[in-house]
Design a binder for this molecule. Structure first.
Ligand code: AMP
Ligand code: ZN
Length: 114
């Protein structure tokens, strides 16, 4: 999928609706539209990279910020103490559906491995 028809690029550009919970220079976080947990947020780099295969293309510091923003969002949403799953579905065997790198932050209930 090209950057042009990427739904997450459209969210970054403000061309598609989303419930944004964090917005900074290189990183954004918004509510997952198909929440699979009481709290389900996606943290993404604003720059389009399809998956971890292209993570090296991200500007310096962005990958680190994805981790830090996940923790900040978890604190703001009250699940930092109870805990949360931080998960990246990468590629077909992980059933990645949206090919713009994103990390799921899921909590508010016990989160098991699949
Ligand atoms: P995956 O690629 O398997 O990690 O999953 C993609 C995730 O993106 C799913 O949990 C979807 O519910 C979510 N998703 C897809 N489109 C949107 C959207 N427009 N806004 C928010 N979340 C979305
Ligand atoms: Zn994209």
């Amino acid at each position: 999928m090209s950057e042009n028809d990427c739904i997450f690029c459209k969210i970054v550009a403000g061309e598609a609706e989303s419930e944004v919970v964090h917005d900074e220079e290189g990183v954004m976080a918004f509510m997952d539209i198909g929440a699979k947990a009481p709290v389900h947020v996606l943290v993404i780099p604003k720059e389009h990279v399809s998956s971890l295969q292209e993570v090296g293309r991200l500007p310096d510091g962005v990958a680190k910020r994805i981790f830090e923003v996940a923790q900040e969002v978890a604190e703001n949403m009250g699940i930092a103490e109870s805990g949360y799953a931080f998960r990246i579905n990468n590629g077909p065997d992980a059933r990645q559906e949206v090919f713009h790198l994103h990390a799921h932050v899921m909590g508010g209930r016990k989160m098991g491995m699949p």
